[in-house]
Design a protein around this ligand. Structure first.
Ligand SMILES: Cc1cc2nc3c(=O)[nH]c(=O)nc-3n(C[C@H](O)[C@H](O)[C@H](O)COP(=O)(O)OP(=O)(O)OC[C@H]3O[C@@H](n4cnc5c(N)ncnc54)[C@H](O)[C@@H]3O)c2cc1C
Length: 399
């Protein structure tokens, strides 16, 4: 007879090495349901094609509507056809998507957190009605233009300008490294006006607005990255997002998207770790599985520690976010830690796979290369370190 486990029971508790902290038990039924449906989507629809898309350097844009049908686009926003899911559910979706490929998580982050969120938070009722339902369905793809050729970590120096001409606005400048740029039907462009930095809704096809895709990337290959070019681009007065002025506009969007990264990178790390464990159990050298060597076991254990701690951290931040208690600095904490550790897990897994670690036959080097971008975009490792350094000391190292 097995006795129920009480605090003093000596009955053996089953341990799942893939969930040793029992994080699954901390999720609600609804959260598990969402997680499982995204996991199924990734297994059924992303995994069969990802190696080819990565190799060809394309994002399968035809899947945007399918992702929309799953309710993943703007899923944490309320109304206007958005799913209104919790922050934790959104995070779980990001994790499962990135276990497939960072390109898919980037697509969903940019659409929901960087393109739909500013319209939802700072747009007029007309702007929301015009754009959000179509974006939630994946009929219109959005992009977010903040970074410029000469201003990455320091967007406050941006040179893109917006000046009034009668009732219209005229935009000039260029934005670089813009995810989804070449496939976007609408761009959210941040530009410097007399009254400060403003956000503009720029539909594709507007005269003076063109895009040029960036090729030869060795990271995030299954994701479109582009330059946005604005040459005397004339926009009507209602193209501006009236609800925000100054850098806090784009920075608030980035906090939303970074939150998804805190979860997402743990998906990429999980895929690398699981691949390394399978490999170590079956690859024979010196007459034994390499997983039997103590050096390999130590690597697998260290990877597990970071993977589990990072996932628990993501859940903790998600719960605080759902309670309205998540400060941007906490998101910096999560982004800094989880990107750093996910990349370390991926590199360790790459080594465990030996020569097989460098081919696309296994997901590891693809994740590893992707994570190099995720480590850099939406605030580099250094910038988030400085955000936290300022929090601790009260002294800003970069202003
Ligand atoms: C694949 C990809 C997709 C992207 N998608 C988007 C997008 O959709 N929209 C968008 O607007 N941008 C996007 N970006 C741009 C991204 O946000 C920037 O690359 C990032 O902010 C860093 O800017 P940078 O590349 O100009 O590097 P820099 O700012 O030039 O930094 C170079 C190095 O210097 C360090 N550094 C800078 N300042 C300091 C400091 N004060 N102290 C210490 N170290 C410092 C940095 O940490 C980094 O290591 C994307 C980038 C990539 C690679």
């Amino acid at each position: 007879m097995s006795l129920p486990a009480t605090p003093h029971s000596t009955a053996r508790v089953e341990v799942d090495p893939r969930d040793i902290l029992q994080i699954d038990s901390l999720l609600s039924d609804e959260e598990r349901l969402i997680r499982n449906s995204v996991r199924d989507f990734v297994r059924g629809r992303v995994m069969p094609g990802i190696e080819e898309w990565f190799e060809r350097g394309v994002f399968p844009v035809e899947m945007a509507r399918e992702i929309g049908d799953l309710g993943l686009l703007g899923m944490h926003l309320e109304g206007y056809g958005c799913a209104g899911a919790s922050a934790v559910s959104y995070g779980l979706a990001c994790l499962e998507l990135e276990a497939g490929d960072s390109g898919f998580r980037s697509f969903v982050s940019v659409q929901g957190s960087l393109s739909m969120f500013p319209i939802w938070a700072y747009g007029t009722e007309e702007q929301k009605r015009e754009w959000l339902p179509r974006m939630a369905r994946g009929e219109v793809i959005g992009c977010f233009g903040l970074t410029e050729p000469d201003f990455g970590s320091d967007p406050g120096g941006m040179r893109t300008t917006a000046r009034r001409d009668g009732d219209d606005w005229i935009l000039n400048g260029s934005k670089l490294w813009i995810t989804n740029g070449g496939i976007a039907g609408v761009a959210i462009v941040w530009a410097r006006a007399e009254e400060g930095v403003l956000g503009f809704i720029v539909p594709r096809g507007t005269r003076g607005f063109t895009t040029r895709d960036i090729h030869r990337k060795l990271s995030l290959r299954a994701s479109v990255t582009s330059e946005l070019i604005l040459e005397d681009c004339r926009l009507p007065k209602d193209a501006v997002l009236p609800g925000v002025r100054g850098l806090k506009g784009p920075l608030s969007c980035l906090t939303e998207a970074r939150y998804g990264i805190v979860w997402g990178v743990m998906g990429a790390a999980r895929s690398c770790w699981e691949t390394a464990v399978d490999y170590a159990r079956t690859r024979i050298q010196f007459g034994r599985p390499i997983g039997q060597f103590q050096l390999t076991q130590r690597k697998l254990v260290d990877m597990m520690l970071e993977l589990q701690k990072g996932t628990l951290l993501a859940l903790h931040i998600g719960r605080l976010k759902d309670e309205g208690r998540c400060a941007p600095e906490l998101v910096s904490f999560g982004k800094l830690n989880n990107c750093r550790e996910a990349l370390a897990v991926a590199r360790e897994a790459r080594g465990i796979l030996g020569a097989n670690g460098i081919t696309l036959e296994y997901p590891v080097i693809r994740h590893m290369n992707n994570l190099e971008s995720v480590y850099t975009y939406e605030g580099t490792n250094e910038i988030h370190t400085l955000v936290l350094g300022e929090l601790i000391t009260g002294l800003s190292a970069y202003r």
